[in-house]
Design a binder for this molecule. Structure first.
Ligand code: SF4
Length: 419
């Protein structure tokens, strides 16, 4: 009976948690062969990456899907007619430990709807983490959601037990938030974010002086934005992401394509496609900003407020900036190598190493891992001359798409399709 109730809660609260993409998709399946608790069937198990790049399996659940708020984009919203459930603190602790002992998971990702108020809910989330750490000696990974509006004291405590904290900003602009979640206040997100940022800085600097200073949220903080719910352009989304990276030392901003869940006239209608490809292009743009030295305005500006979904954002930028090419791979600075479509971080590093010993040609570049199907239109090297100099952006784009084998490639033809 008890087992069935916990199983039912797990089904409801793991399903409700799947809309949070701050840890990646679910899909782990393990069967329970001895009738014990913990037949995951993929339910509630997701994968995430730790600070050192390890992929870990997490139990991903909500503490409750009750909520006092009515955010239009959220399946947990108060007015939605769904089955509700709530775990007790001890139940989450027991589930985590049981799954952990069976090697199903390496950690916990715990979020929640808002029970009564922000502090009431946050305090329960912290109790789970605290019990796991202090009573169960649990050293696995813990990611706690911070509840918007939670007090500074609770945010300080949360970071002492969690590896990562995150407040989901959800809607990228203040105007979008007003439209879809009028009860919420932008400052309610900013306050806990600011507190976490300041605590991380303070604990890190104290640790330099006093070795025994405890760790505070060692995996930092992250946030998530929903894409396609409130009509923002890609530029607005990336400017917003850039703001959070710069001002709140975010480790990651996650982008989650809006899944239509209601017939609300403020939102895309039921049955509209989830903007998966757009989400993918935003992640690529995010990567270019963080690791390739691009700034938002180079990739997206008033003239080009949205990303070209057919091609990746670096290629799109290169086609608009043909005057910066060709780049001589045998002499260019690293910064410029990184701007060549088809050259990644690893291949740029390998080019710099390899060219110390020889002049590089197409064969060398291919062996290094450069995607020549894109790069060859933008480089010169120790092979044939730069034969594509007379090609315009539209022609290059069509040639690349025609030869592309990317997972999002549509059958591409530069001819108009008439039939
Ligand atoms: S406060 Fe959070 S859980 Fe509640 S309706 Fe809004 S987004 Fe959903």
């Amino acid at each position: 009976m008890m087992f069935d109730r916990i199983k039912e809660k797990l089904e409801i609260l793991a399903d409700a948690a799947k809309y949070d993409v701050s840890c990646s998709s679910s899909g782990s399946k393990r069967s329970n062969k001895n009738k014990g608790l913990g037949n995951s069937d993929g339910m509630g198990i997701c994968h995430s990456y730790t600070q050192d790049g390890r992929c870990v399996s997490l139990l991903k659940i909500l503490l409750t899907n009750h909520c006092i708020f009515d955010c239009a984009y959220c399946v947990t919203r108060q007015s939605n007619d769904i089955k509700r459930a709530a775990f007790k603190v001890q139940e989450v602790v027991d589930l985590t430990i049981n799954f952990y002992r069976r090697n199903y998971i390496e950690g916990l990702f715990l979020s929640s709807g808002i029970f009564k108020d922000a502090d009431f809910t946050m305090e329960r989330l912290i109790r789970v983490a605290k019990k796991l750490r202090l009573e169960e000696n649990f050293n696995g990974y813990i990611h706690l959601k911070s509840i918007p509006g939670a007090s500074d004291e609770l945010m300080r405590e949360a970071g002492l037990y969690a590896d990562r904290l995150s407040v989901n900003i959800e809607i990228p602009t203040v105007s979008g938030l007003k439209k879809l979640a009028p009860e919420k206040n932008h400052s309610d997100f900013i306050k806990p974010m600011n507190k976490v940022k300041n605590e991380i800085i303070q604990y890190n600097s104290e640790k330099k002086l006093i070795k025994s200073t405890p760790k505070y949220a060692p995996a930092g903080q992250s946030t998530q934005m929903i894409v396609g719910a409130s009509g923002e352009s890609d530029r607005e989304i990336m400017l917003s992401a850039n703001y959070y990276y710069k001002n709140y030392n975010m480790k990651r901003v996650y982008y989650s394509g809006y899944v239509p869940i209601s017939n609300d006239p403020r939102l895309p209608s039921l049955g509209s496609q989830v903007p998966m490809l757009r989400e993918n292009r935003l992640y690529q743009t995010d990567w270019l900003m963080r690791f390739y030295g691009f700034n938002v305005n180079e990739l997206l500006n008033q003239q080009f407020p949205n990303l070209d979904v057919e091609i990746d954002p670096k290629l799109s930028w290169a086609l608009r900036n043909q005057h910066q090419f060709p780049v001589d791979v045998n002499s260019a600075e690293k910064e410029m190598l990184l701007r060549i479509p088809g050259v990644g971080l690893k291949s740029a590093h390998k080019i710099l190493q390899a060219r110390r010993f020889r002049k590089l040609n197409y064969d060398h570049l291919k062996a290094i891992g450069v995607a020549l199907n894109r790069a060859r239109y933008f480089i010169i090297c120790d092979s044939r001359g730069w034969e594509t100099r007379d090609l315009g952006p539209a022609k290059i784009k069509s040639l690349i798409l025609r030869n592309s084998i990317g997972k999002f490639r549509k059958d591409y033809s530069s001819q108009l399709s008439l039939f």
